[in-house]
Write a protein that binds this ligand. Structure first.
Ligand code: ZN
Length: 231
């Protein structure tokens, strides 16, 4: 038997019994995860490892390229997961998590590399804005690795922009009940960078500094004067 698949017996015989109180509580009371993480499907980026999550802590959606298609009438797995996480589970934070050496981003950098994979090619079109930004806003000659890194970081920014087009997300942000985060895991260094939405920069997450936030939760103020006039 595949050695990996066989580890299910270890879960049943050891892991589950030693966490039976936690699983019992989750089975009885249901889940109330604290955050949604949308990460790449890459096997080296494990959302639960990265935030040291226990069962019940983290709602997770993974796909090639940590992509969030912009809101549309067409149904999709990511859109449905986002909507459920916000509307039903009431998560207060959504993290879009990219990473170094991302196959999806490297494919996007190489025209023709997805010619025999029509689904992948169509999916990666959701990152075309990031590709265009990476090509035109970073004019210096970069090697292949640098181009992939630039694209991965810009892709996190682009997918956060898409996330904000989803009505459930836009409304939760406007109510001041949801914050958005953009992360990048450097799998060579074991380091996580976070996007600061104010400065537009990514910097390492360290315990001695406030967590950089892409879009902080904040009450909507656009129509404040109208509300004041009505009161
Ligand atoms: Zn990836």
């Amino acid at each position: 038997m595949n050695e990996l698949i066989g580890r299910v017996f270890s879960f049943q015989d050891h892991v589950f019994p030693s966490n039976s109180d936690l699983y019992g509580k989750l089975a009885r009371d249901g889940q109330s995860p604290k955050a949604l993480m949308i990460s790449c499907a890459d096997s080296r980026v494990v959302p639960e490892y990265i935030v040291q999550a226990a069962p019940g802590d983290l709602f997770v959606c993974r796909n090639a390229g940590n992509i969030v298609p912009p809101y549309s009438q067409a149904n999709g797995g990511v859109s449905s997961t986002v909507e459920y996480a916000v509307m039903v589970l009431g998560v207060r934070d959504i993290i879009v998590c990219g990473h170094s050496d991302c196959g999806a981003m490297k494919a996007l950098c190489k025209p023709g590399s997805t010619d025999n994979m029509p689904n992948v090619a169509a999916w990666l079109r959701h990152s075309n804005a990031a590709l265009k930004v990476a090509e035109e806003a970073y004019p210096h000659n970069h090697d292949e690795a640098d181009r992939a890194r630039i694209l991965s970081l810009e892709n996190v920014v682009a997918q956060i922009t898409h996330l904000r087009t989803h009505p459930s997300v836009a409304a939760a942000i406007a109510r001041g009940e949801l914050a958005l985060h953009g992360w990048y895991v450097d799998i060579h260094a074991g380091e996580v960078l976070g996007l600061d939405g104010e400065t537009g920069r990514f910097s390492p997450l360290t315990a001695d500094r406030p967590l950089p936030v892409a879009l902080a939760a904040g009450q909507r103020l656009a129509a404040e004067t109208l509300q004041e006039a009505a009161e």
